[in-house]
Write a protein that binds this ligand. Structure first.
Ligand code: GLA
Length: 381
């Protein structure tokens, strides 16, 4: 049964009536532009056909009561007493309430049922999907106006300051503002974006290595600090402001590790703008080569890949019909993304899964993804 079909009966069972609103916010996969968002750079994600859904109705008081079907649990909080209770799925909703209220939004209480199919911890932004679904729910029930570009930074603030994960803006913007059939070419400084059409003959395949790394947060924060120190060396606000010529002229004076980190970011920003040009021109061969170059840079200069990711990317690139592949998301495990000729994609999925399992003894997950619309309101009665 699809998720939406599960929501209404579950809501009726919990609350005895039909829901008034149904909202949905998707996960994302990043096609190219990795570890550039917190350097004020460029990214090219798309929203995927895996999402978090909430069915809800307004309450007269200031309580928020939510039943998570995935965790088979109820949680509740009052909008007048927001205190973090540590970890857990409800913190994403509580954090959104906190960020919206802090920004001056007058919120209403609600009760609802939540369900999702974005794999958790795989690097497909189940957190951003939960945050944006919660934001969409609050805005709908409180009769406020939805503005994706205002919501995404508030969701990021909830994740940074409430949940305590130091992410950039990419995931929230993709979940909030993506368009069906398009990738989102986003300038992470100005938050201006363009929707770039994805050609019909191109399939986007997410390849989950079935590996996760525990110390991801500390490695991520360390990379951020290295990038900030490189930006200070160049005397700019962020590495976005350094071009390849400047880097080549002065980068050699940086300490070698910081130099490599900076080189990745500067090069990766170029990869994104070239990838957008390739997509616009229908040049999928060039696009594929840019993905491969991005992977090499993440592996060798930024050092956020892993053996499992490298094996997955290598296998993917060897299959007929594959234009290119690379690790996607923060790295150290999680998923790779491959761009594949649509006619070859079924065989591709089967072969990659088989070869990866043979070489690693791990069972991967393969998702052939559609580019979907960002956070939305699907029922309002
Ligand atoms: C994680 C973060 C994003 C971004 C990527 C790396 O997914 O949540 O903001 O920094 O890593 O590109």
């Amino acid at each position: 049964m699809d998720l939406r079909a599960r929501l209404t009966p579950a809501f009726e069972e919990c609350f005895g009536t039909l829901p008034t609103f149904i909202v949905r916010a998707p996960g994302r996969v990043n096609l190219i532009g990795e570890h550039t968002d917190y350097n004020d750079g460029f990214v090219l994600p798309m929203a995927i056909d895996r999402a978090v859904w909430i069915a809800l109705r307004r309450r007269r008081d200031r309580q928020v009561i939510v039943h998570s079907l995935d965790f088979d649990a109820f949680a509740a909080f009052s909008l007048d007493q927001l205190q973090s209770k540590g970890l857990g799925w409800i913190e994403y909703l509580r954090g959104i309430a906190w960020a919206l209220q802090k920004a001056g939004y007058a919120l209403t209480g609600w009760e609802g049922v939540m369900v999702g199919d974005v794999p958790i911890g795989a690097g497909l932004s189940s957190s951003a999907a939960t945050e944006l679904a919660a934001a969409r729910a609050f805005i709908a029930v409180s009769e406020l106006e939805w503005d994706a570009v205002k919501m995404a930074p508030l969701a990021q603030k909830a994740e940074n300051e409430w949940v305590g994960v130091n992410c950039g803006i990419m995931d929230q913007m993709a979940s909030a503002a993506a368009r069906a059939g398009h990738a989102l070419f986003l300038d992470c400084r100005s938050l201006t974006f363009e929707h770039i059409p994805l050609p019909a003959g191109l399939s986007v395949v997410v390849l989950d290595t079935a590996t996760r790394r525990g110390l991801l947060d500390s490695a991520y924060n360390e990379r951020r600090q290295q990038c900030e120190s490189a930006a200070r060396f160049f005397g700019v606000r962020a590495l976005r402001d350094v071009d390849m010529r400047t880097f080549e002229a002065r980068g050699g004076q940086l300490e070698p590790l910081t130099c490599r980190r900076a080189r990745h970011v500067i090069r990766e920003n170029e990869h994104v703008t070239r990838a957008v040009a390739a997509l616009r021109g229908g040049d999928l061969e060039t696009l594929g080569r840019l993905l491969v170059a991005s992977h090499a840079s993440l592996r060798d200069d930024f050092e956020v890949s892993s053996q499992a990711l490298n094996i997955m990317v290598k296998i993917a690139c060897q299959q007929p019909g594959c234009f290119g592949a690379r690790m996607t998301g923060a790295g150290f495990g999680g998923c790779a993304v491959a761009l594949v000729h649509a006619e070859k994609v079924q065989d591709f999925a089967i072969c990659v899964a088989k070869k990866y399992a043979q070489q690693t003894d791990l069972t991967p997950n393969v998702y052939i993804c559609q580019a979907v619309e960002g956070a939305g309101l699907l029922l309002s009665s």
